[in-house]
Design a protein around this ligand. Structure first.
Ligand code: ARG
Length: 459
């Protein structure tokens, strides 16, 4: 009979038990559950609700159970229902009647919340480390490639020449915001629900500040009913994960694309590729493709949890048990993805020969010519139009803008001379984009320095 079985005359069908149970997945939080219980009984003793001997007996019993779980001596099954009752029923078996005092001034409603918050906190800390490691590698790569030039695209069309370091630093900023989102989530989440009990607090003279402090929370949550009812912090975590996985996915797509034989800008290391079972020549970027695709399940978990919470009335509802599997899978997926991306990035080098072939295509310096003309007094909109006509002429002649002869320039606009074009070689164009946030090597250098300072400050 379950620990809550006093008023029941019938047991559940097996199929119902299985449907109801969360033990299959929530045993992953056994440490959080036991740590929460230890803090709780310490508080009960301090407040005179149980004796010190009872506290010591319970704490030592809980530690024994932790040990039994870790050695595999204890195996949970569906009869345990969830991790909370699994631990409590074993405690009672282990130390006898004293164990029955553990659940004084507590409910599974606040206990489940406590465990999920402790678990989410642990995952946030681990995830931050992973993202910081990724940022380290990005900074290193940006430094290595700060003055190497590649094609910058808009609409997947040649747009402007950029430094590869600049491209790396764009991703640095995305993951930087992911880090701050995660920190924000931590700050809103790190409040202790323990002691909220079923929904309305307790008549026992408890000290929720004490358990909050002992468990490393900023303090206790303010309102018991809210504490057992909301899962907004899970949604925030899933949302931060979804955004970050979107960044991972976008980058992975660029890897796949740049690794294709049409581009061949990079050569993904063999150790991140697989072969084909039929086509012997193939080296497929499967890992990058998985990184691109993994965000699907994370988005799914976010939508799932938003939908679980929608329309649930105050206060606790069993619906909320659905918060865990998506959370666990999201944390696992996000962490693994960032770890793999970091490793892959670290091993990726650029094929400058292939990139250079592309730099002479697509009139990458057209904007620069327009800017040169505008600096010489031709209003920018007019200069834009002139360069548009120059591009047309160059296309007809099959040459670069800098190769147009004086005569053709005069035909485009009678004011135009060769000198007016200035130095529009690709390196000169890149060099000159020194505006704050621009692509020139000096500016990338500044971005790396500022990125490094920020990263040190969040470690
Ligand atoms: N296993 C549940 C969960 O994960 C806790 C059940 C809480 N309470 C209840 N009255 N059924 O949320």
């Amino acid at each position: 009979m379950a620990l809550w079985g006093g008023r029941f005359e019938k047991d559940m069908d097996m199929i119902v038990k299985e449907f109801n149970a969360s033990i299959g997945f929530d045993q992953r939080m056994y440490n959080e559950d036991i740590n929460g219980s230890i803090a709780h009984v310490r508080m009960l003793a301090k407040c005179g609700i149980i004796s010190e001997e009872e506290r010591d007996k319970i704490v030592s019993g809980l530690n024994t159970i932790r040990n039994q779980i870790e050695t595999g001596e204890t195996v949970f099954d569906v009869e345990d229902e969830d991790i909370h009752m699994g631990v409590e029923s074993r405690l009672i078996k282990e130390i006898g009647d004293t164990g029955k005092k553990l659940h004084t001034a507590r409910s599974r409603n606040d206990q489940a919340q406590l465990d999920v918050r402790l678990y989410t906190r642990k995952e946030i800390v681990a995830m931050l480390e992973e993202l910081i490691e990724l940022e380290e590698v990005i900074l290193r790569k940006a430094e290595q490639y700060k003055d190497k030039i590649t094609v910058g695209y808009t609409h997947i069309q040649h747009a402007q020449p950029i430094t590869i370091g600049f491209w790396f630093m764009a991703y640095f900023q995305m993951f930087r915001r992911d880090i701050t989102r995660l920190k924000d989530c931590y700050d809103r989440m790190n409040w202790s629900p323990l002691g909220s009990c079923a929904m309305a607090g307790t008549t026992f003279p408890t000290d929720r500040h004490m358990t909050a402090e002992e468990l490393g929370f900023y303090g206790p949550t303010e309102n018991a009913m809210d504490s057992v009812s909301d899962r907004d912090y899970v949604i925030e975590f899933l949302s931060a994960a979804s955004t970050s996985m979107m960044h991972v996915s976008r980058w992975a797509e660029e890897f796949v694309w740049w690794n294709s034989s049409e581009f061949a800008f990079i050569d993904i290391d063999d150790s991140f590729c697989t072969g084909s079972s039929i086509m012997p020549q193939k080296k497929n970027p499967d890992i990058a493709e998985l990184l691109r695709g993994k965000c699907g399940r994370v988005y799914g978990h976010l939508m799932g949890m938003l939908t679980v919470m929608k329309g649930t009335p105050m206060s606790f509802n069993k619906d909320y048990q659905e918060d865990k599997e998506g959370l666990y899978d999201t944390a696992d997926t996000w962490r693994a993805s960032v770890k793999i991306l970091t490793k892959m990035l670290d091993k990726t080098e650029f094929r400058m020969d292939k990139i250079n072939e592309q730099l002479s295509k697509g009139f990458l310096n057209a904007t620069d010519v327009a800017e040169h003309l505008a600096k010489q007094g031709i209003p920018f909109r007019e200069a834009h139009n002139i360069v548009g006509r120059m591009v047309k002429a160059a296309e007809v002649k099959g040459c670069q803008l800098e190769e147009l002869d004086a005569e053709t320039l005069k035909e485009v606009d009678e004011r135009l001379t060769k000198e007016m074009l200035g130095d529009i070689s690709i390196p000169a164009c890149v060099e000159a984009r020194k505006s704050f946030g621009g692509t020139s090597p000096v500016e990338v250098e500044r971005q790396i320095k500022s990125g490094r300072e920020w990263l040190e400050s969040v470690k």
